[in-house]
Design a protein around this ligand. Structure first.
Ligand SMILES: [Zn+2]
Ligand SMILES: [Zn+2]
Length: 702
């Protein structure tokens, strides 16, 4: 009957019932073992919270009122609540955000509180709440758990790879090996602390999902530290209020924090933590570290190449960014007294202040990393399919050579196109009238005009040269009317059908999940990162070699050249995603990527390279300094994201973040007990196995 109540009253799914039944069997077995004690039933509490408290699985949280506009944070104390309550009772306006972005600006002024009615009573409550998990407490829980500390120590004692050996993890990378702690000594070599026990030295990476929650983690996949969950999306530097809370929690660990007792060391030990890579998609990474967006003139976080020169594929000619200078400019941005001054620094250098710079060791240039998933699968592969080959299941396929040879437009940069600009442009295109004078407009205007008209130019061009280019263009187009770039699809219906047919004939290894059978049609939706990888590096390779590789005798044929070019990309990404990296593999990646990009420019003269293509040549340095990508990849973060979405949060407005964070932490803390507490394990072993089985079913995608 108990089982029926759980099954029917709470509408528990059949699969979950399997775990519950296993738990019931565990309980009965435990009862038998302890003989039946008549007081036993009275030991089962009425409220589940008593059990939660007993096992101490609730995290320590700090609550803040967050400004809905600027994301400034105010401690949510009893006093703050009382104050808001009393102004409401006195019929005065509710407290507002008094954050000033710089000394001369007006305060933000957004109301922070709202009223709600529950059971005929009116309450005052924050419009937006943000909750943070306490890092110190979380680390305490981790080091108190037997097993985890051992694993961390083992990792710490691993020796660096010998000369010529591949690097397998972040700890093998030069950045980590050369990193100096607060004492100026190599961070990788733990010292003996005051209690006589060796220090525990940890490195954490920071992840930030631009669409979903915010989180940071330690190297261990299941033991991830979730800093906070926030609703809304702070723009630009508004993320700094949240980063400040993270930095404040991290700073004590730079000098080392002493835990009086850990699972392995009864006399306690010091724990150090440094934040090294910030791993995100491009947008997130640039925002976290205070770089401009990737459409800015200075679009690259590594070098000072201007976006107009993106087709310069000779890395030796790029001027690298200097972290010290970055810090200086970012400080200037922070100290600026007006918005205009800030904008000027941002426009000229593409830099904003980021709170991460408060970490004395933070190197924004080296530590900001675009994760492989967004860079390779959802970046380079997707761009090749969608933008270069313009895949379209409704069109017949072609070879992209029918496109009229319109010179590729220069990449865009920020420019405010006012009515004067539009007038200039229409005059320029009015071939019957007199050409407008180009001596008055400034340099930026002429560049924007070139861009709009698809005229190729170099960023170092002077006004005179730009004006000459524009006049040439006018001359050339006066007689032949402007041609629009015709769509030119390489992968059309015919080729897709070949691919789909080959996929049916292909047997994939069991650990590779097959992409949807009719991918490329709207019905199948957008491909995921993993599906792109399979489609691009397996399915397309099989079919294109068959169709383009053998169909022609002529090795110089366009399709054969397109195939070779594409395979360079596949080779490069394959090596990039390997679980280890060495100088040989990096050289392999570099040479293939370099050839790929150069050939793209030749084969597709109407295509403009994207910032990702430029980054792809910097990635060699990432591999060299940060080790292979898997140790810092976002799929680990994505998993958190997934589990957060699974959580059954009670959707009270303003409470979602708190509920999600608590639920996530409880799950993680319960897992700690289940994984590492031998007594508990023994009691509920059968139920755990049942749980594992249904999770495995989920993993297979049912
Ligand atoms: Zn505000
Ligand atoms: Zn660059």
């Amino acid at each position: 009957i108990a089982a029926l109540i759980i099954y029917i009253k709470f509408q528990t799914p059949v699969r979950q019932m399997r775990v519950i039944l296993a738990l019931l069997r565990c309980i009965i077995r435990a009862l038998k073992r302890n003989l039946v004690d008549s007081h036993l039933s009275s030991q089962i509490p009425m409220d589940v919270h008593t059990i939660v408290d007993c096992y101490d699985i609730d995290p320590t949280l700090h609550a803040f009122v967050a400004c809905p506009t600027c994301y400034a944070l105010y401690p949510l104390t009893d006093e703050a609540l009382k104050n808001a309550e009393s102004v409401f009772q006195a019929d005065q306006p509710l407290p507002v955000c008094d954050e000033r972005s710089h000394p001369d600006s007006a305060p933000c002024g957004t109301t922070l509180w709202r009223t709600c009615r529950i059971d005929h009573r009116t309450f005052v409550t924050p419009i937006r709440k943000q909750i943070f998990q306490d890092l110190k407490e979380w680390i305490g829980r981790i080091v108190a758990t037997p097993g985890i500390e051992d694993a961390m120590d083992q990792h710490q004692q691993s020796s660096p790879p010998a000369d010529g050996d591949p690097e397998r993890d972040f700890v093998d990378s030069t950045t980590f090996r050369q990193f100096k702690g607060a004492d100026g000594e190599p961070y990788a070599i733990p010292q003996v602390g005051p209690s006589g026990s060796p220090d525990l030295r940890l490195v954490t990476s920071l992840g930030f999902d631009a669409f979903n929650p915010f989180h940071s983690k330690t190297a261990h996949a299941i033991n991830m530290y979730l800093l906070t969950v926030m609703t809304g999306k702070p723009s630009q530097h508004h993320i700094n209020f949240t980063l400040r809370k993270l930095v404040k929690q991290l700073l004590p660990f730079w000098e080392g924090l002493f835990y009086v007792r850990t699972a392995r060391y009864l006399l306690g030990r010091r724990v150090f933590i440094v934040l090294i890579p910030a791993v995100c998609d491009t947008e997130g990474a640039h925002q976290l570290s205070g770089f401009a967006s990737h459409s800015h003139t200075y679009f690259c976080r590594r070098c000072l190449l201007q976006i107009g020169d993106i087709h310069n594929l000779v890395p030796e000619t790029w001027i690298m960014r200097d972290p010290a200078q970055h810090r200086e400019l970012a400080l200037k941005w922070r100290e600026a007294s007006t918005e205009e001054e800030r904008q000027k620094i941002y426009d000229e250098h593409g830099i904003r202040w980021s709170e991460l710079l408060e970490l004395p060791y933070w190197d924004p240039v080296l530590f900001t990393i675009i994760d492989d998933m967004h860079f390779a699968q959802l970046g380079l592969f997707e761009t090749h399919l969608r933008d270069i080959w313009q895949i379209d299941h409704e069109q017949p396929g072609g070879d992209a050579s029918s496109a009229p040879l319109v010179l590729r437009p220069a990449p865009s940069f920020a420019f405010n196109k006012d009515s004067a600009f539009e007038k200039l442009k229409s005059k320029m295109l009015d071939f019957s009238g007199k050409p407008p004078s180009l001596s008055k407009p400034n340099l930026q205007t002429l560049k924007a005009l070139c861009q709009d008209l698809g005229i190729h130019y170099n960023s170092i061009d002077s006004k005179r040269i730009l004006a000459a280019r524009i006049m040439d263009y006018r001359q050339e187009h006066r007689d032949t009317p402007l041609k629009q770039t015709l769509p030119r699809h390489v992968i059309g219906r015919d080729l897709l059908e070949e691919v789909w047919a080959d996929m049916k004939r292909t047997v994939l290894p069991t650990w590779i999940q097959a992409p949807p059978p009719n991918w490329g049609t709207p019905a199948q939706g957008k491909l995921s990162a993993e599906e792109y990888k399979v489609v691009c590096s397996i399915s397309l390779v099989i079919t294109l070699i068959r169709v383009w590789g053998y169909g022609t005798e002529d090795a110089q044929s366009r399709r054969f050249q397109m195939l070779l070019n594409y395979l360079d990309l596949v080779h490069a990404i394959h090596v990039l995603l390997l679980r280890e990296t060495s100088w040989q593999s990096r050289e392999y990646y570099r040479s293939h990527m370099q050839r790929y990009l150069e050939t793209v420019l030749v084969l597709y003269p109407d295509f403009t390279l994207k910032p990702n293509h430029h980054f792809s040549l910097h990635v060699v340095t990432d591999l060299e300094t940060m080790g292979p990508g898997h140790a810092r990849s976002t799929p680990v973060f994505e998993r958190i994201n997934h589990s957060l979405q699974e959580l059954n949060a009670n959707q009270h407005l303003g409470e979602v973040e708190a509920t999600m964070l608590t639920a996530y932490c409880r799950q993680a803390n319960l897992q700690l007990i289940l994984d590492h507490n031998a007594d508990v394990r023994q009691d509920v072993d059968e139920a755990l196995n049942a749980l594992k089985n249904i999770e495995r079913e989920d993993h297979r995608g049912m």
